[in-house]
Design a binder for this molecule. Structure first.
Ligand code: DQA
Length: 146
């Protein structure tokens, strides 16, 4: 059986490439999808992608992963720092989730140092740009072997 992973990206990540390039670089969300897909193939994982700017739609996506996906990679973007609803959704579904951020949130403004996602996540990867999604896939592949 092939394990499957859902990659969820939150608000404003659809604008990657033009959004604050001094922080997020020139890589677009499509570029991230392409490199993630290539790495997933190498790991023999099925991968799907979802992006929304709407908190409730992200909750729906996490809820919908139960029974369909074996792991989630979640960059909740600004909702990371505000959303109890996303934390509760991850806990409710119980699907192993890796929290990813492109930037090193701990080297940025203090309000980015707190995450509501981290208490529900298997682990957190931040500060490695698009490479973070690859590292998260590797982490999930290891978790799925157990
Ligand atoms: C981000 C970091 C968040 O603080 C910010 O609100 C984002 C992107 C990142 O990937 O570095 O939108 O999640």
């Amino acid at each position: 059986m092939v394990n499957s992973v859902l990659v969820i990206n939150g608000p404003n990540l659809n604008l990657l490439g033009t959004r604050e390039p001094e922080i997020y670089g020139a890589t677009t969300l499509s570029d991230i999808e392409a490199i993630t897909r290539t790495h997933a193939e190498a790991l023999k994982l099925d991968v799907s992608f979802y992006q929304s700017n709407v908190e409730g739609e992200l909750v729906d996506a996490i809820q919908g992963a139960k029974g369909t996906y074996d792991g989630i990679i979640l960059n909740a973007a600004a909702y990371t720092h505000t959303s109890i609803a996303l934390m509760d959704a991850i806990k409710a579904t119980g699907v192993p989730t890796i929290e990813v951020h492109l930037s090193n949130v701990f080297a940025r403004e203090p309000f980015r140092h707190h995450s509501y996602i981290s208490p529900a996540a298997e682990g957190v990867i931040c500060g490695f740009g698009a490479q973070g999604y690859i590292l998260a896939l590797d982490a999930l592949a290891e978790i799925m072997k157990k």
